[in-house]
Ligand binder design. Structure first.
Ligand code: LCS
Length: 393
């Protein structure tokens, strides 16, 4: 079926399901490492043109291809490159696009490993980097340099829920001859389409909203144009950052309900955010759906909905944060996000506890900051759960 002209929710279900698969209603799991050629000539044709047939699962596979085609269509891109994890996607992009002596400019509060792999490892090969507050466009303009090959932004950022203007960053990057890469994990293609706003490459940790069931780790890279697709894909294949067919099958199943999951999570998130905003033990809350959210104009300009991620500052710092973590019963105390189950995390005592207070605060991680990923449970139960936990602080 031709799906390009269909609406987003229909594409979620049908895009990418192009091959026959013996009439199967869902794309089956092709759990095979290799594919038989009909003869030597066919083998040669497969190597010269990927439309002639599959070769080897690290290179291509029908289940993985269906997922790549589905997500490329959801992001309005040229092609998708599925990877073993979000970090597999991120490092494949870095490896393909950065050269010795090239400069990398990014958001200071990007997901920790997206930053540390540049600072601790790509630096060994001569890549230079600067991490700034990319929500400040004047600072982006000042910080971009003739040798800046990649401008890399994460919006909304994890866990500070800060937005960066994608359209403006695309203009700044392109005027400088740089490539704009956007980590769209927090929004998913349901709420934000960076390629439509000028980005060259978008990537996701599929582990989060797109799969949505906390049972898969995976990633996807989608490029706007063929040229970058052909630059990144062979490198991902050679590095072995590929996805597994079973992983692809689960994400294909998960993505079908992305629209309705997001609708419910956002509705819950709005109710919870409004409740938290009034709570005397909450210093502040950052959720794009609230009128008090500082980047309201930018939110309306580039996102279709506020999402299901929020962060709030608990009065009482680290000890209050720990107490809350140990008192919730419905929300699961865990890292990761974007699943049907609500997850709660306290960065200062958990993910960022290895950093000095000064470093943490520079990255926007204050002592009482709590990250809350809202699932699709009953909102009333989630509020009651927080209420009983707050009473113990
Ligand atoms: N980008 C963002 C924005 C993320 O939040 C994560 C993981 C990644 C990339 C990497 O994806 P992965 O390799 O894990 O699939 N974020 C996590 C988090 O906030 N807690 O645990 C993992």
């Amino acid at each position: 079926m031709e799906t390009k002209k269909l609406n987003f929710d229909t594409k979620l279900i049908h895009a990418g399901h192009y091959e026959e698969h013996f009439g199967s209603a869902t794309v089956p799991i092709y759990q095979t490492s290799t594919f038989a050629f009909k003869n030597a000539e066919h083998g040669a044709r497969c190597f010269s043109d990927n439309k002639e047939g599959y070769i080897y699962t690290r290179i291509n596979n029908p289940t993985i291809k269906a997922l790549e085609d589905n997500l490329a269509e959801l992001e309005n891109g040229y092609g998708g490159i599925a990877t073993s994890s979000g970090m597999g996607a991120c490092t494949s992009i870095y490896m393909a696009l950065l050269d010795k002596d090239s400069h990398f400019l990014s958001t200071s509060s990007v997901y920790g490993p997206s930053r540390s792999v540049i600072e601790n490892h790509f630096s060994r090969f001569g890549v230079r980097s600067t991490f700034i507050d990319t929500s400040d466009l004047e600072l982006v303009k000042k910080s971009i340099r003739p040798d800046t090959r990649v401008l890399f932004i994460e919006t909304p950022s994890n866990p500070t829920i800060q937005l960066t203007d994608i359209r403006e960053c695309a203009k700044i990057a392109h005027d400088n001859g740089s490539i704009l890469v956007v980590d769209n994990t927090f929004s998913s293609p349901c709420l934000q389409n960076p390629l439509d706003m000028g980005a060259d490459v978008v990537f996701h940790s599929l582990t989060k909203f797109i799969n949505g069931h906390a049972d898969v780790v995976g990633g996807i890279i989608i490029t706007k144009k063929k040229e970058l697709y052909e630059k990144i894909r062979p490198l991902m294949i050679s590095m072995g950052c590929n996805m597994d067919p079973h992983q692809a099958y689960l994400v294909l199943r998960g993505v079908k309900t992305l629209g309705i999951r997001m609708e419910r999570s956002q509705k819950n998130a709005m109710e919870i955010a409004e409740w938290l905003e009034k709570h005397p033990k909450v210093e502040w809350i950052k959720y794009p759906g609230l009128k008090s959210y500082k980047q309201q104009n930018l939110f309306k300009k580039q996102m279709k909905g506020p999402g299901a991620m929020m962060s709030f500052e608990l009065k009482g710092g680290i000890e209050a944060g720990k107490k809350l973590m140990n008192s919730v019963k419905v929300a699961t105390l865990a890292v990761s996000l974007g699943g049907v189950e609500t997850l709660i995390q306290h960065p200062a005592s958990m993910t960022h506890s290895g950093l000095s207070r000064q470093k943490r605060e520079k990255a926007g991680i204050t002592d009482g900051l709590v990250r809350y990923s809202v699932g699709i449970e009953d909102a009333g139960d989630l509020i009651k759960d927080l209420e009983q936990a707050f009473e113990k602080i």
